[in-house]
Ligand binder design. Structure first.
Ligand SMILES: Nc1nc2c(ncn2[C@@H]2O[C@@H]3COP(=O)(O)O[C@H]4[C@@H](O)[C@H](n5cnc6c(=O)[nH]c(N)nc65)O[C@@H]4COP(=O)(O)O[C@H]3[C@H]2O)c(=O)[nH]1
Length: 547
């Protein structure tokens, strides 16, 4: 009896009723959990705990089970004396006498509110973005998988919209992360207001949002119009000013849409497609909407193949350096421009115009650029060992990423020293983009290299956002007239005027001018009259191997 008495006072609420379910005893934990004292429940049935959250059906299934098996267990929602609802896990046992007749019932239950809260928190952590409360990537993926199955059955279209805030990083970095977080929350709230309740708005991370819209039309172009209408609304809403800490800020968004109906694509592939479309919207100048089209995928595939091949080309030393003549007005050879060539093992020659941009994006331009400079210095050494060629100079293209390396200057100095060459014969061709990117760093490095004798020419002058003010501050020796102006200068008055202006400008700034892409003698005649000093183009030679 003593043991039973101790066992009775457990943490669980325990209720003993007679066979008519009338309460004859409850323990202390029962009063703690339910708020009812022993006296208040004596003679009552456990029905006083009912929450009315379960229908008659629910209880109707419990009793037959107890009568047949002697027990039942499961979750039941109860109501406390103060009216508060709480979930419980209950075990109900029927107690029988020697004649196998039910004499009593024993109810034991505990309050599982805390456990439920924890479960909910874990669920939310697993499926929701803690900052905005939106679905996270995992939950979105589940929804996309379900949407795909439903679309396949009902043949309707769904839209996946990928939204990325333009220049969010700049705002976040300059105004602080708290500010960035607040802005993301506001954007999230606006996005939710733009769509229907059943649409899923997710934040997979960073400043990216994805919206899944189901049940669009079964007609593709109608579905596209529906999606576009929402997309335009989203762009418009995102563009409205945000007031944060009393200040007004604006931000734009780029949006990519992928429409899908059936098809054997995974949720990840579908998200990638909407991401690609978003990327195109950014390329288009941001603050715009683009639909996915399969060409985008092809381009990305080609690009990643190119990147892969480029890495191999570096390892296998597949590159060659070609040289193109530069001559003066008397057609005397002054030097060469070094131009890289890539004889791809399977695809013939790949133009540097195609692979240099990829090399720049991926950082592969660093090892490639190092190789070019190494080869160029070796060639200059050869030139300088022979009195017929020792006067020749060599110009080499350097890209922004290369120039930005912290050790770019010491690297060049090391190469010059290693090959023991006259550095005044080495010229680096830089582009306007280098000046726009970080003028201060560019000028510092140029000045350092100029002190050891290197020369600089500005390539593609006039094709970018030329700013005349930097020209006078840069230690340049040569301006290069881009071949696009030279090409049409005899037929297009405007190109002719640009060429004339560039040459006049160079003269005023006491810079040498070289015209590239010269193919006709008539071009040379006109350029000479305008005062051009040097000429480079197919008229004199195509880029060729050193031999
Ligand atoms: N139609 C026509 N074209 C002519 C004529 N004369 C020369 N060209 C081409 O014009 C381009 C001149 O080079 P760029 O403007 O520096 O433009 C270069 C340069 O920006 C980049 N590049 C080439 N080699 C290197 C390199 O070693 N490093 C870096 N960073 N970039 C390079 O790739 C671009 C393209 O190089 P290429 O295909 O070799 O193209 C070369 C050359 O072959 C002509 O009379 N007519």
């Amino acid at each position: 009896m003593r043991i039973a008495a101790v066992a009775f006072e457990t943490q669980k609420a325990v209720v003993i009723t007679d066979k008519f379910e009338q309460i004859i005893r409850v323990n202390y934990a029962f009063s703690e959990i339910t708020g009812f004292s022993n006296d208040e429940v004596m003679g009552q049935t456990p029905g006083i705990l009912r929450s009315r959250k379960h229908n008659q059906n629910f209880y109707a299934k419990i009793w037959p089970k107890i009568l047949a098996d002697g027990s039942w267990q499961g979750e039941i929602c109860n109501r406390r004396k103060n009216g508060e609802l709480y979930p419980t896990f209950q075990v109900i046992n029927a107690i029988k006498n020697d004649q196998n007749e039910i004499t009593h019932f024993l109810f034991a239950f505990n309050d599982i509110s805390e456990q439920k809260r924890n479960e909910r928190n874990i669920y939310e952590m697993a499926f929701y973005d803690p900052l905005t409360g939106l679905a996270n990537r995992r939950l979105l993926e589940n929804h996309i998988t379900k949407a795909l199955a439903a679309a396949e059955r009902h043949h309707h279209y769904c839209a996946l919209m990928f939204i990325d805030l333009d220049h969010f990083k700049n705002l976040n970095d300059s105004l602080g992360h708290n500010f960035g977080d607040e802005l993301l929350k506001r954007v999230a709230a606006r996005l939710e207001r733009c769509v229907r309740k059943e649409d899923i708005v997710a934040r997979p991370g960073g400043d990216e949002f994805i919206i899944l819209m189901e049940n669009l039309s079964t007609d593709e172009s109608e579905a596209a119009n529906q999606a576009l209408a929402i997309a335009n609304k989203i762009i418009e809403q995102c563009n409205r000013a945000y007031t944060l800490s009393g200040n007004r800020y604006t931000i734009t968004a780029s949006l990519g849409i992928h429409l899908f109906s059936s098809g054997d694509h995974t949720s990840i592939e579908l998200m990638k497609r909407s991401d690609l479309a978003m990327y195109q919207a950014k390329e288009q100048g941001r603050n715009s909407v683009r639909f996915f089209d399969p060409d985008m995928e092809k381009k990305v595939e080609n690009r990643s193949q190119l990147e892969h091949d480029l890495r191999q080309a570096i390892d296998n030393r597949e590159f060659l350096l070609f040289y193109q003549k530069k001559v003066n007005a008397q057609e005397e050879l002054q030097g060469y421009e070094a131009l890289i060539r890539w004889p791809h093992p399977e695809k013939n020659m790949i133009s540097p115009a195609d692979f240099i941009p990829v090399a720049e994006e991926t950082g592969l331009i660093i090892p490639i650029g190092d190789w070019v400079l190494e080869q160029a210095c070796q060639t200059l050494q050869q030139f300088q060992q022979n009195k017929d060629t020792q006067h020749l100079n060599l110009s080499v293209n350097v890209s922004v990423k290369q120039f930005r390396q912290a050790d770019f200057v010491p690297k060049i100095i090391a190469k010059i020293n290693h090959y023991n060459i006259d550095s005044s014969k080495l010229e680096l061709e830089i582009t306007e983009s280098m000046l726009m990117d970080n003028l201060e760093d560019t000028v510092t490095k140029m000045k350092e290299l100029k002190t050891i004798g290197l020369a600089f020419s500005l390539d593609d002058f006039g094709t970018g956002y030329s700013s005349l003010s930097y020209l006078k501050n840069l230690p340049l020796s040569t301006l290069k007239v881009d071949k696009s102006f030279v090409r049409d200068m005899l037929i297009d008055k405007e190109d002719a005027a640009i060429v004339e202006t560039i040459i006049a400008l160079a003269k005023t700034l006491k810079l040498q001018v070289i015209a590239e892409g010269v193919e006709q003698i008539e071009q040379v005649d006109t350029l000479k009259k305008l005062g051009c000093d040097l000429f480079q183009g197919f008229l004199y030679s195509k880029p060729q191997p050193l031999e």
